[in-house]
Structure formats: structure tokens, C-alpha cells
Ligand binder design. Structure first.
Ligand code: CA
Ligand code: FE
Length: 525
């Protein structure tokens, strides 16, 4: 499609504005349950680091403490992490229970919700059967939580006929309703893959002017204010229903800490020690509120990269593109069609960090599943225009790191790698190619649940004119559904008609199919 330079630049501006309301990114290690201290395990659960303080209460509570619902995540063939947070002001004994489909109790235990963890609890419910749905519930002080549904992964050596995964990202509280989640829940997905921007840290803006509800007035930057932000987001009933419907695999991007941060470099140039303290608080609050099998963070570091296997059908490699990355080059300027500054190709620049890169290559080489899925934060597909980098926060801004990753995908990916990406607030399909133009992987870009909902339709042709972008849709918010079988991967892009209106209809924008061993997606509707 031919575009005038002006309309192209306008479109590019919209693209970059959408993507860079500036959020994004991550990288982290393999799932080694044995190294994961926090969750309590089995039927004899006890509080992880908190052995019953004298103030722990089992007395009746005055009000229902389960106002943030329940969640589950990081399923294994025999275990799943269960989560809840209590609205209490003293350490409280919580009883948890897992039941089979017929209602029979299969596991139970007690854990102490403590103020140290904002009264969040993580339980690693073990001894479960593979590839099986369960229900779970918490109770405390005479109150019982809603019932959640969760499931275990198939046995590592089992071939699964079908796995349905939803991917989502970017749920800015202020800019839209979480209507997409009710559609997701109705689809009865097996798993939700969350790609980051679970919260946005910014200070509240007035309702109106495109904002349907407001953040707290103060930007989140301390443990207390990050916790307050998670409490706000988790108060949304649709989000609670989505967490209660299936286990989630969660990684973070930038807004869980600070827009477009890179390593220990903040958006606003804070002193490193100041930002390290902020990052420690943000990571801590994220850990408290996510249903993850990860150790309670110590200081300003938390390894979240991990591998999650769905039998021999699919292996999920969940990345962290924020914690270890080099600062964005060239002043993180956006939308310029000038050639990039030399800093972009400076030796040693990294997106994932050396350790995570080595881990990823090792996992790619070892993986024998039909599909290898990268849970990735920012767009990997080359979206440069004549060599110009439109968004330095994406992989475009880290060309040497991308070359290394694409090389690893070419060498080990067997043509069966699907990169699932969030961040940019638009739906898209990308061809990930090597320098010679050979396809090595397919990228499926999930639009935002609610963030940045007002990009004009007129800018869509500019997106689709990018050579490696097979398809794009930036007018709507929504999520993606992935039906994964041994023969095909079918991606369905679900979009919300009007994210500013509660209960707005959700429809399919497009469907794409990928065959294992043949990178590149074919549009099927
Ligand atoms: Ca982001
Ligand atoms: Fe975002």
C-alpha cells in the first residue's frame, strides 16, 4: 500500500505513541520448585517466613476479608500455586482447600497471612493429578472466599491434543473497562499468559477526557503506594473473575515499576540508589500480588524467567526484558526517521542480560516440544523504516541482542517458535526473520486489555505498510486466544467494540494459523 509521507509519519507517530505511552519489558530463570521458598506446600502448609506471630488470630472476623478474590498460577503436572489477599489488620490464619470436580476434597492446609506480605498468601498445592481441573477456596474468621477453578499441566511426557491459552497485557485502570475478561472467562481457557503492565504507576488523572476511572492522586513509588495500586486493580470484578477461571503465567514489563525503565535506569534519571529502592519496593509488591512460584524477593532483584511445560505439546519460556537491559539508546527518542545514533550498536548492549540469554539458548536447544512459546514483553519483529528506529524501547533498539536471539531461534527453534508479545497496545502478526530475510519464528502481538484506547483508525495503513508486519489492528482493545494442537496453532484476535463502555460487545478481528516447522502465519478469517 502506498502512503504519502505525511500520512505515513502520522501513522508512525500514532504507533509510537501507542507503544510508548512508554511501558514495557523483562527476562528471568528456570522453574525450579525446589529453589522457590515462598509458597507453602502440601497439606501441612505453614507460613513461609513467618512462624505464627503471637498476634496471629483465628477468631471470627467482623467483615469479609476476601475482597480481592482468588488466583492461581505456575501450574506443574502435580502442583499449582494458589493466591489470595486478606483485608485484615492482624496476622490471620487462613485455611485453603482444593477439591476435585466431584467435590471431594483432595488437599487442604493452613497458612498465616502476615502484614509483612500485605496479608497476601501463596500456597503451593502439591500432590495433584496431571492434566486435571480442580476448584479451590480459602476461608478465615468465619468467611469463605469465592471458589476458583484451576488446573494442572499434563505430565511432561504426555502429548496433549489441545491447549487453549489466552494472552493479555496492559490494563491501564483509567483508560477503559476490563470487558475483555468476561469474554475470556466464557471461552473456558486452560491458561492465561500475562505479558506485563499489570498496573500502571502514574498519578491519577481526572475522569473524562478519555479516562473512565482514576488512579490514586500520587504516582506509585513506594511499597505502600504500589500495594495500594494492586489493591485498586484487583478490586475490579472482571479481573477477579479472570483470575478465578484459570491458572495464569505472569511476567512483568515496565509499568509495574516505572515507565520505560531499563535495569537501574529510571525514566526521570533518578540516582541509581534511589531507583534501586523503588524497584525493590515494586518487585516486592508485584511478587506479593501475583500467583507465582517464585522466592520472596530480597532487595532490588528478582529472577522471574522460567520454563513451564505443557507436556510434549508446548514449552513456555517466560522472559524478563526489563531488569537486565541496557538503557535505551539515542536518548530513547521516538518517531525519528533519522539514522540511529552509533550507541545503538555499541558492544555489550543487551535486552535480556548475559545469564538470561545463555539460559534461553540452552532451553531452546533442549526443548523437544512441538511448540516453543516465548513470553516476551516488547516487539521482536523488525519494525524499522529504512534503518530508522521508531521505538528504541523495542527490540529494534537492541539490534545486536536481537541478532543473537534470532540466531539462537534459527539454530534451535525448528521453525516452531511462537513469540507472544504485549506492550505496544495494538494487535499484530509479525515475521521474525534473520538478516538474510529467512523466517525463523512467528510473532503474535496481543493488544491491550484497556491501555491507550483511542488511536485513530486512519493510522492503521501505516502499521500494515511495515514490511515484516503481516497484519495489524490498532483501533480496539482486547486480548488473543491461542488454540494449540500438535498440527496447528490458531490465534484468534478478540476485540472490544468500545472499551470505554462497560459490557461492550467482543468480536473476532481476525484469525491466523501457523503450522509447526513452518514459521509465518496464514490469515484464515
Ligand atoms: Ca509496557
Ligand atoms: Fe502498556
Amino acid at each position: 500500500m502506498r502512503l504519502s509521507r505525511r500520512s505515513f509519519l502520522a501513522g508512525v507517530a500514532a504507533l509510537v505513541a501507542a507503544g510508548c505511552s512508554r511501558d514495557d519489558d523483562p527476562a528471568a530463570p528456570t522453574f525450579t520448585p525446589s529453589t522457590a521458598p515462598p509458597p507453602t506446600t502440601g497439606t501441612t502448609a505453614t507460613a513461609p517466613t513467618t512462624t505464627a506471630a503471637p498476634t496471629t488470630t483465628t477468631a471470627p472476623l467482623a467483615a469479609d476479608p476476601f475482597r480481592w478474590g482468588v488466583a492461581s498460577g505456575d501450574p506443574l503436572p502435580d502442583a499449582v500455586v494458589l493466591w489470595t489477599r486478606l483485608d485484615v489488620d492482624a496476622d490471620t490464619t487462613v485455611t485453603w482447600q482444593v477439591s476435585a470436580d466431584d467435590g471431594a476434597e483432595v488437599a487442604t492446609g493452613q497458612v498465616t497471612a502476615t502484614g509483612d506480605d500485605a496479608f497476601c498468601v501463596h500456597v503451593d498445592a502439591t500432590g495433584l493429578a496431571p492434566d486435571t481441573w480442580y476448584t479451590y477456596q480459602f476461608s478465615a474468621g468465619g468467611f469463605t472466599s469465592v471458589e476458583g477453578r484451576t488446573r494442572t499441566m499434563p505430565a511432561d511426557d504426555a502429548m496433549v491434543e489441545r491447549l487453549v491459552v489466552a494472552s493479555g497485557s496492559c490494563q491501564h485502570w483509567e483508560t477503559g473497562w476490563y470487558t475483555a475478561y468476561d469474554d475470556l472467562v466464557a471461552r473456558r481457557v486452560d491458561l492465561v499468559l500475562w505479558l506485563g503492565d499489570y498496573i500502571y504507576e502514574g498519578a491519577g488523572q481526572p475522569v473524562g477526557e478519555g479516562r473512565v476511572r482514576a488512579h490514586p492522586p500520587e504516582e506509585a513509588a513506594t511499597l505502600a503506594t504500589y500495594r495500594e495500586r494492586y489493591a485498586q486493580y484487583r478490586s475490579d470484578p472482571a479481573l477477579q473473575r479472570a483470575h478465578a477461571a484459570a491458572p495464569w503465567l505472569v511476567v512483568w514489563d515496565d509499568h509495574e515499576v516505572d515507565n520505560n525503565y531499563a535495569g537501574l535506569v529510571s525514566q526521570d534519571g533518578d540516582p541509581t540508589d534511589v531507583f534501586a529502592t523503588r524497584r525493590a519496593d515494586a518487585y516486592r509488591a508485584w511478587w506479593e500480588h501475583m500467583p507465582v512460584r517464585l522466592p520472596r524477593p530480597v532487595g532490588d532483584e528478582l529472577t522471574i524467567r522460567r520454563e513451564v511445560r505443557a507436556g510434549r505439546l508446548a514449552t513456555f519460556l517466560l522472559l524478563d526484558g526489563r531488569q537486565y537491559r541496557s538503557d535505551q539508546a539515542c536518548g530513547d527518542r521516538t518517531l525519528s526517521l533519522d539514522p540511529p545514533c552509533p550507541e545503538v550498536t555499541a558492544p555489550g548492549r543487551t535486552m535480556l542480560g548475559d545469564d538470561q540469554e545463555a539460559w534461553l539458548e540452552e532451553r531452546l536447544a533442549a526443548d523437544e516440544a512441538v511448540w516453543t512459546v516465548l513470553g516476551n514483553q516488547v516487539v521482536l519483529t523488525d519494525a524499522r523504516v529504512g534503518g530508522a528506529i521508531l521505538n528504541h524501547d523495542q527490540w529494534d533498539g537492541y539490534p545486536e541482542a536481537r541478532r543473537r536471539l534470532v540466531g539462537a531461534l534459527a539454530e534451535h527453534g525448528r521453525g516452531s517458535v511462537v513469540v507472544v508479545t504485549g506492550d505496544i497496545h495494538l494487535a499484530g502478526v509479525g515475521n521474525v526473520a534473520d538478516d538474510a530475510g529467512a523466517l525463523v519464528a512467528t510473532e503474535l502481538i496481543t493488544t491491550s486489555i484497556s491501555s491507550d484506547g483511542n488511536v485513530p483508525e486512519a493510522f492503521e495503513p501505516a502499521l500494515q505498510a511495515l514490511p515484516n508486519i503481516v497484519w495489524g489492528e490498532l483501533r480496539h482493545r482486547g486480548y488473543s486466544l491461542h488454540e494449540i494442537t500438535p498440527d496447528a496453532w490458531t490465534a484468534t484476535y478478540r476485540i472490544v467494540d468500545d472499551v470505554k463502555r462497560e459490557g461492550s460487545p467482543v468480536t473476532t478481528a481476525a484469525t491466523f494459523t501457523i503450522e509447526p516447522g513452518r514459521p509465518g502465519a496464514r490469515q484464515t478469517s
